[in-house]
Design a binder for this molecule. Structure first.
Ligand SMILES: [Zn+2]
Length: 354
């Protein structure tokens, strides 16, 4: 039997259950009893089970917010637009897992089950449930998609959900980052901005004849910013988890991880800040009221590791949603389709006879 048919049968077998990979292990999608089969997701990312049609899945109104919600995720994380939370505003603690934990394939993502931890933010205390991955990133980093995104899912006893989003990029090393910084100095960002602010200055002047001190300061600035966000080394936690990704290649499969040291990620996250907004789950049922904390820090993985993960996950990113508070893009699109149909129905004016 082909893997494709096997997967369809597996999906069909679990079609009566609501499923939500982003919320697996929360009240929205409770985890199966230990030893019971893992619930494989019924939605997908392409065609009629893809995000354009999530609202029609599950045969009812469970997923209606996917098409009508006005505070949907993911979105573009534009610098300076969002409320910034620093380590002083957030208390994050995650238990190490010396005995390892479950690493499983939910059909739409691969997920690591938590062994405890908490997030305190905005006067609420959330319990750490699981972390999973999207490929490519769902949120955009100033308009740019990153290789992957990790979602760390938390829930309060009152069933409020918070998700910490972390971009995961390819580890090109410190040397490569320094090379990139040096290359960019040929046209420093400061010079580009100057041209924009002074439209009457001669084109290219700032770029071709910058002052020596501005060059130097641009080099220092670029190197500093590169080193602040690029450790040049891949995440030991992610490399450890993904060393077993081939063992969970099939939907529904599960494996026990090696010991996991979570403090590495916690320390990395708390060394930066978080861009916060109120959004939704990025998977059905697209529930809103989710507190998002998107980290300004990036984790890194080796290119070979990324390729192994990609061969298992494939593609699982929902498209960027409208600005929070604005109409759902599917509603906007539906109106456009109606208008286009009406316009097409109007008989064309016959060409004037001369
Ligand atoms: Zn997710």
């Amino acid at each position: 039997m082909s893997t494709f048919i096997a997967r369809i049968l597996m999906i069909a077998a679990s079609v009566t259950h609501a499923s939500a990979s982003c919320a697996y292990g929360t009240h929205l999608s409770p985890r199966a009893e230990e030893g019971a089969p893992i619930e494989v997701n019924t939605f997908g990312y392409t065609g009629v089970i893809g995000p354009l049609n999530w609202a029609a899945l599950d045969g009812g109104s469970a997923n209606v917010l996917c098409a009508t919600g006005k505070n949907q995720s993911p979105i573009d994380m534009v610098d300076g637009v969002f409320k910034t939370l620093t380590a002083a505003d957030v208390k994050l603690q995650i238990n190490d897992m010396p005995e390892g934990t479950e690493f499983e394939n939910l059909g739409t993502t691969v997920e690591v089950v938590s062994k405890g931890g908490s997030l305190e933010v905005g006067g609420k205390t959330y319990e750490f449930k699981q972390f999973h991955f999207h490929l490519p990133s769902e949120h955009l980093d100033n308009g740019t998609s990153i290789a992957m995104e990790m979602h760390m899912v938390f829930q309060t006893p009152e069933e409020d959900i918070a998700v910490v989003g972390v971009f995961v990029d390819l580890d090109t090393g410190v040397a490569a980052a320094a090379d990139a910084a040096t290359a960019q100095v040929i046209t420093p960002p400061a010079a580009k901005r100057d041209l924009g602010r002074h439209p009457h200055s001669r084109r290219g002047e700032a770029a071709s004849a910058p002052r020596a001190d501005s060059h130097l300061s641009a080099i220092v600035q670029l190197l500093t910013s590169s080193l602040a966000t690029t450790t040049g080394t891949s995440s030991a936690l992610l490399e450890t988890v993904f060393s077993q990704v081939a063992e969970v290649a099939s939907p529904g499969s599960v494996v026990k991880t090696q010991p996991l040291v979570m403090s590495e990620v916690v320390n990395t996250l708390l060394a930066g800040s978080f861009q916060s907004y109120s959004g939704s789950l990025t998977t059905p049922p697209c529930s809103e009221g989710v507190t998002w904390l998107v980290s300004t820090q990036k984790l890194k993985i080796q290119t070979a590791t990324f390729e192994k993960v990609r061969s298992v996950i494939g593609f699982n990113a929902r498209y960027p949603q409208n600005t929070p508070g604005f109409n759902n893009l599917l509603s906007v699109g539906a109106q456009s389709a109606v208008a286009a149909k009406a316009a097409a129905a109007v008989p064309a004016v016959p060409a004037a006879k001369i």
